[in-house]
Write a protein that binds this ligand. Sequence first.
Ligand SMILES: NC(=O)c1ccc[n+]([C@@H]2O[C@H](COP(=O)([O-])OP(=O)(O)OC[C@H]3O[C@@H](n4cnc5c(N)ncnc54)[C@H](OP(=O)(O)O)[C@@H]3O)[C@@H](O)[C@H]2O)c1
Length: 291
Amino acid sequence: MMSEQVVVGCGYVGTRLARHYRDAGQGLRGVVRSEAGVARLAQLGIEGVDYDLGGDDPGDLGLAEARVFHFAPPPGSGVQDPYTRHLVEVFERYGHPQRVVYISTTGVYGDCAGRWIDETHPVQPAADRSRRRRDAEETLRRWSLASGRDLVILRVAGIYGPERLPLERIRAGAPMVRPQQSPYTNRIHVDDLVTACIAAMERAPSGAVYNACDGHPSTMTDYFLEVAAAAGLPNPPLIGLEEAADRLSDGMLSYLSESRRLRNDRLRDELGVVFRYPSLAEGLRAIFSPE
Ligand SMILES: NC(=O)c1ccc[n+]([C@@H]2O[C@H](COP(=O)([O-])OP(=O)(O)OC[C@H]3O[C@@H](n4cnc5c(N)ncnc54)[C@H](OP(=O)(O)O)[C@@H]3O)[C@@H](O)[C@H]2O)c1
């Protein structure tokens, strides 16, 4: 019998993945942390479970022998991920899943001064949000070693797609830094990420780590300019980095302080993922001018 899929953290990416398994006639449950989330999934014909990984007492989520996609983000502060630790306690108490596919982030590499890097680059997170991700990866790796169950980690770049573009920010006229001072960023279209997640579940070797990005990085400023052009919106005003320190949010400044260009050869060559949207241009065209 085919084992059940469970998406822990069934939001933007998870719901699209859940639709794939639903349409293939395979069982899938989505774990969210609100009744509204359960209702949203029910409308799509997906069984939802309301369970907060931030709760005190690990409860049985029915994950024994399941195939688990863990997409729930860590909390907003600290350098550890107590949610992933909680999930591992659930496994230990109620039974281990067959395999976990975990969405981490490319932030674990820290600042690479714009260099091209692949998965062999050492993990050296600079921001706390990325330290929490390193903690989650390490927690899951320890679990996999101790339990003998499979783990695949996808280090995911900036996710974009329908309803996931910085249009409000651009409409509000928020500034961006000048191209010459702008760091490199990496992206992936949500549909290609879903393809990568399925490939990771179906055929990746246990212990594997993949960069999940389209392999066509650009500067952060180019990203905003391309999105504005595709949406027919005015370009954001461009300012210097010094002025940016006063005018941009701490979150944006943190992203601007890291620059890296990520290779995705392993995802394409080893896992055989074929990108529908190999660059931002194709992805934006599909969103704004669908055929
Ligand atoms: N945005 C990016 O560019 C980017 C880049 C790299 C990696 N990622 C990561 O990719 C993953 C998937 O992203 P996404 O866009 O699909 O996220 P999302 O839309 O925010 O969905 C997150 C889901 O996790 C659930 N959740 C959050 N905290 C939980 C908790 N404590 N217990 C149980 N469920 C919890 C939420 O439940 P409710 O529906 O009830 O709120 C929601 O369904 C996240 O880990 C995200 O951080 C994102």
